[in-house]
Design a protein around this ligand. Structure first.
Ligand code: SF4
Ligand code: SF4
Length: 390
């Protein structure tokens, strides 16, 4: 007998709730999850993983559900999906023994930030630049006067390689387990990636997410999410441009304020700081419909990203002051914490969601090819009025 996966324990409860939803079908216009449920004659563990990562946790279905607690049917789709998502994080995180270290949540982020800062302080000391951290002199004008470029570059490349290797490993395992589509046409790729980029399903059936109050939809979560995601992309562009200017054009930092490297970094840093602060604020006030461990991992990732972006902004603002050396070491510590913890928490959701959205787009394209526009296309159905009992 095959060794049970960690999601198997949740499967019976998932099958029970999904059978009720497939009989009810009230929410099939809300998002891609309900039409995907209806395509499944039998729900297996991989299917539950797929559905869970297709879910945006917008809570529209919970707000509308006449069978939610205290009804004896006890249907709580957002909570079910959260528990399945959390299990997929631990199931596909590699190596698993390493992933267990980061279940301590924000405490693990704080410890890794401190450890990362100490490593870079040691490197500065080993290069004979320790004075640049706490007692800068006239000659300590740039970041590389505190930590030489090579000593900053090699750890960064190693961390990036680690992050990419763990994510690709997890993606392949996830794709295999969730029976992701193996052949995707150009149209499926385009529509799937557009849905990921625009967070299409975060609007439920037309409204926004039910955060922070479960009774009322609000655009806040979608907006904070966009600020965080596009801020992260802008920061990546800034880092890539800095590398191009340094290595290809032989124009090392520092750059003036109106330089593309600084502008992308500034916009990205502000976006991430505002976005992650807003998401943490919403989480603290939202109804407790998330699995405890998923909530912890989400908070860890948001805290880690917030520390990295906020310390980056302080570093930019104070780069010409004596505080630059200490701030640089602290900022590099936050980057270490972000890169080491990212593959084991909310960050991988980006990868798994993309795989799930692509499978959903492929299924909808197959429906269309079989009989014109799919009767299960959520946008065709619109959002029914809430029937949730007071
Ligand atoms: S109303 Fe409740 S039971 Fe019906 S589809 Fe929505 S979540 Fe499922
Ligand atoms: S995306 Fe929203 S409506 Fe769809 S299953 Fe998740 S919480 Fe429910």
């Amino acid at each position: 007998m095959a060794e049970p996966t960690s999601i198997d324990g949740l499967l019976a409860e998932g099958q029970r709730q999904i059978a009720i939803c497939n009989g009810c079908r009230y929410c099939e216009g809300y998002c891609a999850v309900f039409p995907a449920m209806e395509r499944l004659p039998v729900v297996g563990a991989g299917d539950l993983t797929y559905l869970a990562n297709l879910c945006h946790d917008c809570r529209a279905c919970y707000q509308a559900c006449m069978y939610a607690p205290p009804h004896p049917f006890g249907v709580e789709i957002p909570k079910l999906m959260s528990e399945a998502r959390e299990r997929s994080y631990s199931e596909f995180a590699r190596p698993r023994w390493f992933a267990r270290w980061f279940t301590a949540g924000p405490r693990a982020v704080a410890a890794l930030t401190l450890a990362g800062a100490l490593v870079f302080a040691f490197l500065a000391w080993a290069a004979g630049r320790a004075r640049g951290i706490f007692a800068p002199t006239e000659s300590t004008r740039t970041f590389f006067d505190v930590i030489p470029y090579g000593l900053m570059l090699v750890p960064s490349l190693l961390l990036t390689a680690f992050l990419l290797a763990v994510i690709v490993w997890g993606f392949i395992d996830f794709q295999r387990a969730s029976r992701g589509a193996s052949h995707l046409g150009a149209r499926v790729w385009l529509s799937g990636l557009a849905e990921v980029a625009t967070l299409r399903w975060m609007r439920g059936g037309g409204d926004d997410c039910y955060y922070p109050a479960i009774e009322r939809s609000s655009p806040l979560r979608r907006r904070f999410h966009h600020l965080t995601a596009y801020g992260f992309l802008a920061a990546l562009v800034s880092t890539s441009l800095a590398s191009f200017y340094h290595n290809v054009l032989d124009l090392p930092a520092p750059y003036p304020v109106l330089h593309p490297v600084v502008l992308f970094g500034l916009v990205g840093g502000i976006g991430m700081t505002v976005g992650t602060t807003g998401l943490l604020w919403l989480k603290a006030r939202a109804a407790p419909l998330q699995a405890r461990r998923e909530a912890l991992l989400n908070s860890s990732f948001l805290v880690s990203l917030n520390l990295a972006s906020t310390s980056g902004l302080f570093l930019l603002a104070l780069r010409d002051t004596p505080a630059m050396g200490a701030l640089l070491v602290l900022h590099l510590g936050t980057i270490v914490a972000l890169y080491v913890t990212a593959p084991y928490g909310k960050f991988v959701h980006i990868v798994y969601r993309t795989a799930a959205v692509l499978r959903s787009a492929a299924e909808r394209a197959a429906d269309e090819a079989a009989g014109g526009r799919s009767a299960r296309e959520p946008a065709a159905l619109g959002r029914p009025a809430s029937t949730r009992l007071p």
